[in-house]
Design a protein around this ligand. Structure first.
Ligand code: NAD
Ligand code: ZN
Length: 378
């Protein structure tokens, strides 16, 4: 089958790879019809993780089931399914509690497994013609009859829509809250959509890319341009000096200012911009070590946090990979009911062969390249 393979920093190629196949009775095989490039792929693409070369990337996957293992009960050949990026077993202590981002079975010795992801197990990604799906009865989200028509909406259930929603849950967003979101990438925009769904009274989105800020505004948020580094002051001004009720970090460890990475920037801005006793939800990825960081602390996965401020303000911080399965069913139903259309952030739809081009433009945050979806079956 054809697949997109990581061959080293900023080098991905589409080539023939061994076919994905059923390996265990509980697996299914999915013919991928849509698979997205994610901001998380970019950390790997840039060589800023310990991703092994020769592996297939892609963790935002949707497709049609073509084969089922003989231990699969629920999923049938022909089902159109969206796969959560995290692979859960369904029966460990964490999966039982809905914390499928921290499955204790699928990636032994670690908490959490995913397709085509550094440090999250041996599973191949779905930027390919076919994908093996483990623990399939548990992991597959079966899509409703309008699945084909709304495929570009439903594929966002694999990661960024639930992840944006998770940011608002971690931050504790409730109806009427004012919310500040750092990052107007796909995840930040989905956090903005989720905050609106949860009834936020005011959603403010911070970034420095005009095209992304414009999109945030189109989605009903207040755009906040951080080009001059004044975002936290702007948020304070917009909230009567008090700060936003809730804050979401949707950027991660490669957050930057004027082209230079400043790893503690978004976290310290959030501590400043969120009100005393407010909540901060961090879904942007931070890593345990980052040898290629310029910052000495960041090399060891450490941050110089304004902890005294945080403590004085009595704020809480919650973090981590999104437990996609905890939300994807209800978010699917919002899409089906016409009450959410996450596909509005898609800027480019490309065949798999053009994926390397998509990576390059998305990685450079080129104007207008907000979210790339790939169509391997096209
Ligand atoms: P992205 O890289 O396209 O978006 C990040 C945005 O942040 C960019 O628009 C960039 O301009 C902006 N930014 C950079 N520095 C900033 C700063 N100092 N202040 C404000 N904005 C700043 O990626 P994305 O797909 O939106 O993903 C965002 C993060 O979320 C990544 O770290 C990704 O790995 C992570 N992620 C986490 C999960 C999870 O489960 N927790 C899931 C998906 C993605
Ligand atoms: Zn993703």
């Amino acid at each position: 089958m054809k697949a997109l393979v990581y061959e080293g920093p900023r080098k991905v190629v589409v080539k023939e790879m061994p076919d994905a196949r059923i390996e265990r009775p509980t697996d299914v095989l999915v013919k991928i019809t849509t698979t997205n490039i994610c901001g998380s792929d970019l950390h790997m693409y840039e060589g800023r993780t310990n991703m092994e070369t020769g592996r297939i990337l892609g963790h935002e996957n949707l497709g049609v089931v073509t084969e089922v293992g003989n231990g699969v009960e629920r999923i049938k050949v022909g089902d159109r399914v969206c796969l959560p990026f995290n692979i859960g077993c369904g029966f460990c202590k964490n999966c039982e509690r809905g914390l499928t981002g921290f499955c204790l079975t699928a990636n032994p010795g670690m908490a959490g497994a995913a397709y085509g992801f550094a440090g999250m197990g041996p599973y191949s990604g779905g930027q390919a013609e076919y994908l093996r799906v483990p623990f399939a009865d548990f992991n597959c989200l079966v899509l409703p009859p309008d699945a084909e028509e709304k495929e570009n909406d439903y594929v966002m259930l694999s990661d960024i829509f639930p992840t944006g929603y998770h940011a608002t849950v971690l931050a504790g967003v409730e109806p009427g809250d004012s919310v500040v979101i750092y990052g107007a990438g796909p995840v930040g925009l989905m956090a903005a959509l989720s905050a609106s769904i949860k009834g936020a009274s005011k959603v403010m989105v911070v970034d420095s890319h005009p095209d992304r800020l414009k999109l945030a505004e189109k989605m009903g948020a207040i755009p906040v341009d951080d080009s001059d580094g004044s975002s936290a002051d702007q948020i304070l001004e917009m909230t009567g000096g008090e700060g936003a009720d809730r804050g979401c970090e949707c950027v991660g460890y490669q957050c930057s200012c004027k082209g230079h990475e400043v790893p503690n920037l978004t976290m310290n801005n959030l501590i400043k911009a969120v009100r005393p006793t407010g909540g901060i939800g961090v879904v942007g990825v931070f890593v345990a070590e980052d040898p290629k960081a310029e910052d000495k602390l960041a090399k060891k996965g450490q941050l110089a946090l304004d902890f005294g401020q945080l403590w004085m303000k009595g704020q809480h911080i919650a973090t981590g990979q999104a437990n996609v399965k905890a939300y994807n069913r209800k978010l699917r139903d919002l899409i089906a009911a016409g009450k959410a259309s996450p596909s509005q952030i898609i800027s480019h739809e490309l065949p798999l062969d053009k994926a390397p081009e998509g990576y390059q433009h998305f990685d450079e945050r080129d104007e207008g390249w907000t979210k790339v979806v790939l169509k391997p079956a096209a």
